[in-house]
Design a protein around this ligand. Structure first.
Ligand SMILES: [Fe+2]
Length: 127
């Protein structure tokens, strides 16, 4: 285990059925880098500060893929629905995943998923 992984946390919370508004607008997120990944931004401080924080609802369509990146700061993901697969481990609804600075991951989904994601600093893309 990388030393920074000791700061990682994974909590399995119980969730009922989550219903997002039908009219919530999602747009392609970093097309050409991420495949079949959509975003609904909640806030984005990186527009004013390259080291700023952001938060968004992210939707992975079936077969979605995000290549490996390095976390410079903390990242938190809360899975709302579907199958969210990170470093080949599948997380279902209610999974709260905190990744510490210095950790890396790549993500995908077989059937699609939606999750809330926050980062205190943008990630560094590795591929
Ligand atoms: Fe990440």
């Amino acid at each position: 285990m990388h030393a920074s992984e000791a700061l990682d946390k994974v909590l399995k919370l119980q969730l009922g059925q989550v219903s997002l508004p039908d009219d919530l607008a999602f747009v392609p997120y970093q097309p050409g880098l991420r495949e079949n990944v959509l975003i609904h931004p909640l806030f984005d401080n990186t527009r004013d500060d390259p080291a700023g924080s952001d938060a968004a609802l992210i939707r992975y369509l079936p077969g979605a893929f995000t290549p490996r990146h390095l976390h410079i700061g903390f990242e938190m993901v809360f899975v709302l629905d579907g199958d969210y697969i990170e470093n080949d481990i599948s997380y279902g609804p209610g999974s709260l995943i905190v990744r510490a600075p210095g950790t890396t991951h790549e993500m995908r989904s077989v059937n699609g998923c939606t999750f809330l994601a926050t980062r205190d600093v943008p990630v560094k893309q590795l591929t």
